[in-house]
Design a binder for this molecule. Structure first.
Ligand code: S3P
Length: 180
């Protein structure tokens, strides 16, 4: 049993962190925090605009701050952006304050799910497949370093993933303090 104050969803773009996160939060009576949405609300501008104005490092600074604030609380389910694991400070913080679930999907499935996406700054390249492969190679070990649970979300619909994730979380996680 893992006792942590929060649940954190990590994993690549398109893995379903936001859509599954919202529903899991409801099921476990947790406050849902979507980090990217939070950053957009805080700054009043979109993620692509932040990338454009401040570069990726500027976005990562905001992301780090936003994650750290979200994790200070408890009883939250936090959906992160795919690059949150890049900074060591974030990885440590997630491990300290969260029960981390890695949602895995293949590059092929990412390509399918994100085919119509024109917003994600890191996908504004001619060869998306190549980009996604590079990101996966770079990030997979970092996701693994943080993950308490690895969940294969690849070929699963949202309802099916939920059906599997709910008992898995029940079996592995209790909110901090609840173990007595
Ligand atoms: C990013 C993923 C995005 C968003 C930003 C950068 C990444 O979030 O944070 O575009 O580095 O993989 P999603 O994983 O929700 O798409």
């Amino acid at each position: 049993m893992h006792d942590a104050p929060n649940i954190v969803l990590i994993g690549p773009m398109g893995a379903g962190k936001s859509s599954l996160g919202r529903r899991l939060a409801e099921r476990f009576d947790l406050q849902f925090v979507d980090l990217d949405a939070h950053i957009e609300k805080d700054t009043g501008v979109s993620i692509p605009m932040i990338f454009e104005q401040e570069g990726e490092q500027g976005f990562r600074d905001r992301e780090q701050l936003s994650l750290s604030r979200a994790l200070e609380g408890e009883g939250r389910l936090i959906a992160t952006g795919g690059g949150v694991v890049l900074r060591e400070a974030n990885r440590l913080r997630i491990r300290e304050r969260g029960f981390a679930i890695l949602l895995r999907i293949s590059v092929d499935e990412q390509l399918r799910r994100l085919a119509r996406d024109r917003k994600r700054p890191l996908l504004q390249v001619p060869d998306r497949e190549q980009r996604l492969k590079e990101l996966a190679d770079q990030r997979e070990p970092l996701y693994r370093e943080v993950a308490d649970v690895v969940f294969e979300a690849d070929s699963r619909s949202v309802p099916e993933s939920l059906q599997r994730l709910i008992p898995l979380i029940r079996a592995r996680w209790v909110p901090q303090g609840a173990m007595g």
